[in-house]
Write a protein that binds this ligand. Structure first.
Ligand code: FEO
Length: 392
């Protein structure tokens, strides 16, 4: 158990080995942590649990460090199994303790465990006294589940923010100021881009709402990754920035290719864009981690998708990218599509439609080259890139 501040302690598990999360959906190159917190006041309150596969380890830790029967109440900020997954195992030992959660949390907890426990539903602004401190709850509906909420501890001024302000990151320390800041911010941005980007309008409103509550915040302690205790509002400011049609001004070109014709097109298009002073990143989607591509697209001002045509469509690896773009609802991005073909040539047009369906602004027609591009074709690709750059 590590003291976070005053009566708030970290009691989590580090998962150095984790490389895929949300099933296999999300890459986690630097592992993750399942942060749970203990508030030791007149009452002892556990905030969140750990992912289901680690419930035995967690029970052992909890028993050693706290004594499970000493727990007076459990806050479940969010029931996704990486936080709520060990709840049932704990409730088997202390079946009558109150579970504080949002109204939607009652529904999600019941949906997972099908048990009638002692639920105490709470809403934004509700507070419960646990001795010297109060716990104040702030609903975070759809950031990123219906049940999500945060818990604020008065006195120590610690905000237990659950998924918000977290990142999948495991380091030697649980504190941001003792970790590699570059790695931490990279992972926080990746987390935001991959998990929270679809909810940016809600995040903007929520940041304003939390500021209006006027709660002094000394520490932000999320449920994954590092705890922000040195200038904790820096990550809040980052969230405000990332939630506001964020881009870093570059172009991301994502392509797949069978015999390198579309690859040559991608490189020539990039040359045209870069000639206009706009940097490009190029990814072959068949060999690149999709979560990393999503992060790059989130940070881009422009997104180009390219594929040769096969079986009247685009290559399989682009399907995942188009679907992710639709789901992530990225705002204020400009897009275009391209690809080589032999006879039917549907892929660029379908990618163009996919970009439009995803809400990407597509202002130039898809661009195709038949079979292997000639020097003249490559010059046309460059001009296509220049035209795209001018649209930006
Ligand atoms: Fe929404 Fe960390 O789970």
């Amino acid at each position: 158990m590590i003291q976070v501040k005053d009566n708030v302690y970290w009691l989590g598990l580090k998962d150095w080995d984790l490389r895929r999360f949300h099933g296999h959906e999300l890459s986690t190159h630097r592992g993750s942590t399942y942060n749970t917190y203990l508030i030791k006041d007149e009452k002892t309150i556990l905030v969140d649990t750990v992912w289901t596969p680690y419930k035995e380890d967690f029970l052992e830790l909890l028993e050693q460090q706290v004594g499970i029967s000493n727990i007076d109440g459990i806050v479940i900020n969010h029931m996704e199994p990486d936080h709520g997954g060990s709840l049932e195992a704990i409730m088997e030992i202390i079946p009558d303790v109150p579970i504080y959660c949002s109204r939607k949390g009652v529904d999600t907890i019941k949906g997972h465990f099908h048990k009638e426990w002692n639920f105490v539903p709470v809403k934004t602004g509700d507070r419960i006294n646990i001795g010297k401190s109060d716990l104040i709850f702030v609903e975070m509906t759809m950031i990123h589940w219906p049940d999500s909420m945060m818990t604020y501890v008065t006195g120590s001024n610690v905000l237990l923010s659950n998924d918000a302000f977290g990142e999948h990151y495991c380091s030697q320390s649980i504190f941001e100021d003792e970790s590699d800041a570059c790695e931490v911010y990279q992972e926080a941005l990746k987390y935001f881009a991959n998990i929270l980007a679809p909810f940016t309008p809600l995040i903007k409103k929520k940041i304003a709402e939390v500021k209006q509550l006027g709660l002094p915040i000394d520490v932000i302690a999320p449920s994954h990754g590092v705890i922000w205790r040195k200038d904790p509002m820096r990550i809040v400011e980052k969230y405000a920035l990332w939630a506001d049609n964020y881009h870093e001004g570059f172009v991301t070109i994502v392509y797949d290719t069978m015999y390198n014709a579309t690859k040559k097109m991608a490189e020539a298009i990039a040359k045209g864009i870069e000639g206009k002073g706009i940097p490009c990143r190029i990814y072959n989607s068949s060999v690149t981690d999709v979560s990393d591509i999503i992060t790059a697209m989130f940070c881009s001002k422009g997104i180009l998708l390219g594929s040769c045509t096969v079986n009247n469509g685009y290559l399989r690896s682009l399907s995942g990218i188009v679907d992710e773009l639709k789901g992530h609802k990225l705002k204020e991005k400009i897009g275009a599509a391209f690809g080589s073909y032999g006879w039917s040539g549907e892929a660029p047009k379908q990618l163009y439609e996919g970009l439009k369906d995803a809400g990407i602004k597509v202002e130039i027609e898809p661009f195709s080259v038949r079979y292997v591009p000639t020097q003249a074709d490559l010059q046309k690709c460059e001009r296509f890139g220049e035209e795209f750059a001018e649209k930006m």
